[in-house]
Structures are given as C-alpha cells and as structure tokens.
Design a protein around this ligand. Structure first.
Ligand SMILES: NC(=O)c1ccc[n+]([C@@H]2O[C@H](COP(=O)([O-])OP(=O)(O)OC[C@H]3O[C@@H](n4cnc5c(N)ncnc54)[C@H](O)[C@@H]3O)[C@@H](O)[C@H]2O)c1
Length: 292
C-alpha cells in the first residue's frame, strides 16, 4: 500500500518507517519540521493543527497512520489548549484529508490515557476515537485505534525507567511498533460488509499470574526471584525499584483481531541486563540510555 505517515520524526514514526518499508509499502511522510534523518522518501512539511498541505501529501495514498500528539512527557509544558489543537484539531484535519481523498484505511495512535478521560491528555484520545468512529459511520472509514501504554522512557536511569516499568504500566517500543504494523496489515485485507473499527490495547505481556505475585508486598525481591530465577542479584546490584506489587494485565482488547502478541516483559529485560552486565560490565549498564 501507499501510506501517509504523519509525524515521521517522532518516537513511533521513526521506528515505523523501516518496518513498513521492509514489508514493501510505499511511504509518504509529513512532520512539522524537516526530517531528522535525511530520507529519499516524499516528504511534506505540514502543521496538522491547520491541516494545509495534508490533501496534497495524501494524494494517491491507500491509508494514513496518524501519530502527532502532545502526550505524557509534555504534560508540564503544554496547556489544555495546546493538547486540544494538536491532538484533536490535528486528527480532525487528517481525517478530513482521508475523506476528501477517498481513503478508507486509517490507523490512529490513541493511548491508555483514554481511560483517564477527564484529564487534559486522556480526553483528547476519547474525542479522537469518537472522531474516527464518526468517519466510520458517516463516510465508511475503516480504522484501528491503537492504545499503547507508556513506551517513552522519561530520561536516563535505564534499569528503572525502562526495565522496572515493564513490571508496571509500561510497554516496550518494539511491541508497540509491531502492533501498529499488524494494524496496517489488518486494514490491508479487503473486507466486505460493514466497515470495521478495532481498538487494540498495546500493553506488555503478562509474565506472571496473580497467584505468583502472592507475598510481593512483604518480600518483593524473594517473590520476584521465584518468578524470574537469578533476578535478586541483579535487582540488588543495580538498585531496581520493585517495591510496588505489579499488576496482571487483564485486557486483551483487539489482540486477536490484529494478531498482537507482545513479547517483551520484565524477564526479557533481566536477560538483556544479565548479558550486558556479563559482557560489558556495570559501567555500560549505567551509561545505557533508552531506545529513543
Ligand atoms: N510515547 C508514548 O509513551 C505514547 C504512549 C501512548 C500513546 N502514544 C501516542 O502515540 C503517538 C506518537 O507518539 P510518539 O511517542 O511517537 O510522539 P513523539 O512526541 O515522539 O512525536 C510527536 C511528533 O509530532 C510532531 N508534531 C508536533 N507538532 C506537530 C504539528 N503541529 N504538526 C505536525 N506534526 C507535529 C513532532 O514533530 C513529532 O514528530 C501520539 O499520538 C501519542 O499520543 C505515545
């Protein structure tokens, strides 16, 4: 397919480009600023808040992946107005461009913030999914709304901001990228009948059951060691904060529909940490920054 990716410079956009190209898709890119990584791909500099230029960019495309938004990491700097203008107006114009160009396939990056819909971020994702649904009912758009958990590590301290987060509310970026790619593949199939709408919870996999978590509050390191043998030494050596009891994800919304099968959990992180520790030593671990 020929796919417009709005915001090629962001965390998800930059990760998606090589994956979609590897699958043979033709890409057209937009962003507010020039590409951070020089590219041969067609690029249009567009402010989605105004929408001017989107129709030109999307001409000849079969699908749009809509990404730009202020999100968790922008919470302090951006106001309610900022959140509305980028997250709601930006999506509105992207959907209008889809409509004007007859595009019927759309992937919208929503968020788990959807659940917190009375805060300045969450409510924009609620409205965003509603805008997609409006276009489905009014104009026959087929869409997937992907709701990732937190995937952008906030700053340095890799072992906690990335690793420990996989016990709590975080998800690995690679799993989110895989979810978006699978959503595109799902929309690629020609389906008869009612245009479909799919919502996918892009969450980390569960590496444990509620039963296995019994006793965590009283003895986190011992309980963790029983689930992930060999973890205690690494947790103590690197000061990984695991005091809070983790939760077992109970929602698998959309997983079967798009074939989402996330693979990166705390145990996978520990394995990576162990390898890095053994091969390169503690200094390399502590210097490690996050994927993005
Ligand atoms: N990163 C996360 O942890 C996370 C979690 C859940 C959901 N999401 C959602 O995923 C999507 C992508 O997130 P990300 O982490 O890649 O974001 P990001 O902050 O890395 O990138 C945002 C992109 O939007 C672009 N942009 C900003 N203003 C623009 C404008 N006026 N017009 C056009 N483009 C503009 C930026 O240049 C940048 O390329 C967002 O919709 C976000 O809400 C992200």
């Amino acid at each position: 397919m020929r796919i417009l990716v709005t915001s090629c410079n962001g965390n998800i956009g930059s990760g998606l480009i090589p994956k979609l190209q590897a699958l043979g898709h033709e890409l057209v890119l937009t962003d507010l600023t020039q590409p951070v990584v020089p590219t041969e791909l067609p690029f249009h500099q567009v402010d989605v808040q105004q929408g001017f230029g989107l129709e030109k960019a999307v001409a000849g495309c079969d699908a749009i992946i809509h990404l730009p938004a202020w999100h968790g990491i922008h919470w302090q700097q951006k106001t309610e107005i900022d959140f509305w203008r980028l997250n709601v107006d930006g999506l509105f114009w992207s959907l209008q461009a889809a409509r004007a160009s007859g595009i019927k396939r759309f992937v919208f990056l929503s968020s788990q913030a959807w659940h917190g819909h009375y805060d300045k971020y969450g409510f924009t994702k609620r409205i965003g999914e509603e805008l997609c649904e409006y276009q489905r009912r009014a104009n026959g758009l087929r869409y997937v709304a992907v709701r990732p958990a937190d995937l952008t590590p906030w700053g340095s301290d890799w072992v906690n901001r990335y690793g420990a987060k996989l016990l709590y509310g975080g998800v690995d970026r690679e799993d989110v990228l895989d979810c978006v790619v699978r959503s595109v593949q799902r929309l690629e199939r020609e389906l008869d009948g009612e245009p479909e709408s799919i919502v996918v919870d892009a969450l980390r996999p569960n590496a444990f059951t509620e039963e296995q978590l019994e006793g965590w509050e009283a003895d986190p390191i011992g309980t963790c060691e029983r689930i992930f043998p060999g973890s205690a030494a690494l947790i103590e050596k690197y000061g990984i904060r695991i005091d809070r009891r983790p939760h077992v994800n109970g929602s698998f919304l959309g997983w079967d529909e798009v074939g989402y099968a996330p693979s990166r959990h705390f145990g996978v992180f520990l394995q990576e940490l162990r390898t890095l520790d053994e091969t390169d030593g503690a200094a390399a671990v502590l210097a490690r920054t996050c994927h993005y």
